[in-house]
Structures are given as structure tokens and as C-alpha cells.
Design a protein. Structure first.
Length: 283
């Protein structure tokens, strides 16, 4: 059986106290508790501080282009839907540069797990405002205050067709592990938006800020209630942050609706001789 150490790569270079440390440990712990080993998992990383986990997590991985983690993850899943495929991305990477991919991954219900480091800034490029930053937020890119309304990740996922929408907090590792395990085992598109303090560049949304405003959903919470899930998603406007699985329903995954690969993965299908001959001719 694998251990957390088996999933450890190089020593992380994140800032001391960064929420990425908690998220990284939670991912490793979730994979171990699900009895996966590094050779049984594929993780696609975006660009940013979160994407640097590509070097810190020992598993089959791919460091994608900025905003392009999700289409890469979808391609891998379509090639071999037996593999659990995770996408580890940042809020700017996923909701900004990759916003279009995010919407269509939700509506297609692709069977991937998207873990978003939501710190409301572009940390790797030293603190510019990200799409989730609130209106009026001051940063080096918005010194007079952000003029746009923030993206609501939970509401965007819900209204785009995601079948699993959850929110965690980097400061509560054990609870985050439980959420990640549910997300990874869910059949369909899974979003885990993780509230992740950036201790270097975001002096507003700190650990103390979130500890005063987060709360865990009740055990009898109705996960399949879409209207209730939307209400929870919009509590961010009141600076309230629900933690847990906000919405979960069953719907056929994208690959399950394709008769060509619904049962046998593409990688296990025999190639046509004509195809092999064509490859030899042009290589």
C-alpha cells in the first residue's frame, strides 16, 4: 500500500505558511486513503504557484500551458477513462485564462476532478488581482481598486452543468481530505474550490479572515437540491463561505455517452493495420 511519502516529489518552494502546503498534503493523503499508488493516477497542472506542484507531487503528470490544464485532462480521460484524472489549477489559471474550458468541461460532465487554489491573486507573478478578487480590491495591477465584479466559481460551475461542486479550506486539512476523496470517486465533473490564503501578496483574505467566516454544511444537508446549492454559492456576497459538498447528482459522463469508448478505453483498442502502415510511411 502506498504512503504519503510515495507521492512526495521535490521539496516544495512555496512561501512558508502558504495555503498550497495544506492543499498539497491533502491531495497526497486523499490518494493514499483511496489506495492509489503514484503509477495509477494522472495529474495535470496549470501555470502558477499551484502548478509548481508538478515538481512536488510524485505521479504521472503534465505541466500544461496557462489556462489549458482542463482540455489536457479531458484528452487524457478520453484516451483512458479507467484512470483517475486530476487537474490542479489556480483561480486565475482556471477561471481567467481557462474560463472557457472550465464552462464546457462542466457542461460536458467530463469525468475529471478539478482542484482550484483560490487565493484571489496571481501569486506567481507577485500579486495581481485574480478573477475571484472582490470589487474594489487593491493590488499592484489595480492600485485604485478593482472595477469588475468577481467571478463566482461555485455558481459558475452549477449553472454550467457540473455534477459535483464542493468547497474546502486550506486551513482545515482533515476536512479537505474528506472532500477530495468524494470528488475523486464521483463519476462526472468534480470541482473543489479551495479557499487558499496567499500569505505574501493577499493581506485581506488571511487564515484569520476565513476562520471567522467559514462554516461546515450540516450532515443532513440536501446535496441534490440545486436551488439550495445556488443559495450557498451566493453567500460569498455576504462574506460567508460554506465548506463541504454543496451539490452532487448523477448524470452520464461524457465518455459514457460515446459508444466507441463507453466500455473499452481507447488505449486498449487494437489499431487498424492501415493506420500503422500510414504512420511508418510518414515517420
Amino acid at each position: 500500500m502506498a504512503s504519503i511519502q510515495d507521492f512526495s516529489g521535490y521539496q516544495p518552494t512555496w512561501c512558508p505558511g502558504c495555503g498550497n502546503w495544506g492543499i498539497g498534503m491533502a491531495i497526497k493523503k486523499a490518494l493514499v486513503e483511496l489506495n492509489y499508488s503514484p503509477d495509477q493516477v494522472v495529474v495535470v497542472f496549470g501555470i502558477g504557484c499551484s502548478g509548481n506542484m508538478n515538481d512536488f507531487l510524485n505521479a504521472y503528470g503534465l505541466h500544461s500551458l496557462h489556462g489549458r490544464a482542463l482540455p489536457n485532462a479531458i484528452g487524457i480521460k478520453l484516451a483512458n477513462h479507467k484512470l483517475p484524472v486530476l487537474a490542479v489549477v489556480g483561480d486565475g489559471d482556471c477561471y481567467g485564462e481557462g474560463g472557457n474550458h472550465f464552462i464546457h468541461a462542466c457542461r460536458g460532465n467530463h469525468d475529471i476532478t478539478v482542484i482550484v487554489h483560490d487565493n484571489r491573486v496571481y501569486g506567481l507573478t507577485t500579486g495581481q488581482s485574480a478573477p475571484t478578487a472582490p470589487k474594489g480590491y487593491r493590488s499592484k495591477s489595480t492600485p485604485l481598486g478593482l472595477i469588475e465584479a468577481p467571478v463566482n466559481p461555485l455558481a459558475l460551475a452549477l449553472t454550467s452543468g457540473a455534477t459535483f461542486v464542493a468547497q474546502g479550506f486550506a486551513g482545515d486539512l482533515n476536512h479537505l481530505v474528506l472532500i477530495l476523496k468524494e470528488a475523486i470517486t464521483h463519476k462526472g465533473f468534480s470541482l473543489v474550490n479551495v479557499l487558499q490564503p496567499c500569505v505574501t501578496f493577499n493581506k485581506v483574505n488571511t487564515y484569520q479572515y476565513y476562520l471567522q467566516r467559514v462554516y461546515k454544511l450540516e450532515k443532513d444537508y440536501q446535496k441534490d437540491n440545486f436551488k439550495l446549492a445556488l443559495e450557498k454559492a451566493f453567500e460569498v456576497n455576504e462574506e460567508k463561505f460554506p465548506l463541504g459538498v454543496i451539490y452532487q447528482v448523477k448524470r452520464p459522463c461524457y465518455h459514457e455517452s460515446l459508444p466507441q469508448i463507453s466500455s473499452l478505453p481507447l488505449v486498449e483498442k487494437k489499431r487498424f493495420l492501415e493506420y500503422d502502415s500510414l504512420i511508418k510511411e510518414f515517420i
